[in-house]
Design a protein around this ligand. Structure first.
Ligand code: PAF
Length: 294
């Protein structure tokens, strides 16, 4: 008897996808990625597998969400290793189209607008980024017609905007958030971590350290959280902070001092040539035990 895991069916065209999708009976989950898979993606697949009969993964490096000066050309492309992860994790179908399949008419004249929420935080530094994300996510949801779609909490603003799009535009699938997966020293897993030099890698640890410091002050209120996180970040001059915010998780507006409840402590920074983001959900005003269980 051969117990080795079965590789996924790999499809690249719309008719191939249509046929593979039609063969899936029961509930279908989708995990959307741009490749360069790591344990964070594996955890999305694991949760998806527990909650649905079949898992479809998309691997598509979406040009629409990269700005002119961003890292599309050098973004890691590791398709063979990605397929290995999909095989090990039991993905049923991998949809890995080229840009000509996703955008057959070239640059789409009509895009999904992320609206005001898309201009905040990441959107300020990356204009148009979330319109590009939502446009491709909308297209992939239409093509795959999943019951559930799994996204990481690490990209908190992306997750929020996808939730809003699915709800506001009646996509009729469930969006599931999966907790951030971290290296043993706390660094959030990201495909972009491969750009970090050994020195950058050490410097980058200031991000989870700052978030942890902020979180530990949650019982004292918003300004104590912000102060504690900022005090850690300023001690690392090689980490160039773009933003550090404590915001409401639904509106992304700064929470006032009197605020009590769940808030998103989020940071973006450049370390060497790499832009990194990270966040934690903190429970403002709750005692330590409650704060940790958010
Ligand atoms: O998070 C990502 O990898 C991408 O933004 C996504 C959701 C696959 C859309 O291209």
């Amino acid at each position: 008897m051969n117990d080795s895991p079965r590789p996924p069916v790999v499809v690249r065209t719309r008719p191939e996808l249509e046929a593979a999708r039609a063969a899936l009976t029961g509930t279908v989950a989708v995990v959307m990625t741009m490749g360069a898979l790591h344990d964070g993606h594996a955890s999305l697949v694991r949760q998806a597998r527990q909650e649905a009969d079949h898992v479809v993964m998309t691997i598509f490096l979406n040009p629409l969400q990269f700005g002119r000066n961003e890292d599309l050309a050098k973004y890691p492309r590791t398709f063979d290793a990605d397929l290995g992860l999909c095989t090990a994790e039991g993905v049923d179908v991998v949809f890995a189209p080229g840009p000509d399949v996703v955008y057959p008419d070239g640059d789409p004249g009509v895009r999904v607008s992320a609206g005001r929420l898309g201009d905040l935080l990441e959107g300020k530094s990356r204009p148009g980024h979330f319109d590009g994300v939502l446009t491709v996510v909308a297209k992939l949801l239409h093509l795959i017609r999943p019951d559930r779609a799994y996204f990481g909490q690490k990209d908190a603003q992306q997750l929020l905007l996808i939730r809003r799009m699915v709800r506001d535009l009646d996509f009729g699938c469930e969006v599931v958030a999966v907790p951030t997966v971290r290296e043993s020293d706390g660094l959030a897993m990201s495909s972009r971590n491969t750009y970090l030099t050994p020195l950058d890698r050490e410097v980058a640890l200031v991000l989870p350290t700052a978030l942890g410091a902020g979180e530990s002050h949650a019982p004292e209120g918003a300004s104590a959280v912000r102060r504690a996180a900022r005090d850690v970040l300023v001690r690392e001059p090689l980490c160039l902070v773009d933003y550090l915010v404590l915001v409401h998780p639904m509106t992304l507006e700064d929470v006032p001092e009197w605020y009590r409840g769940e808030a998103l402590l989020a940071v973006a920074a450049r370390v060497g040539t790499t832009r990194l983001i990270d966040n934690v959900l903190v429970n403002i005003g709750a005692d330590g035990e409650q704060a940790r269980s958010v």
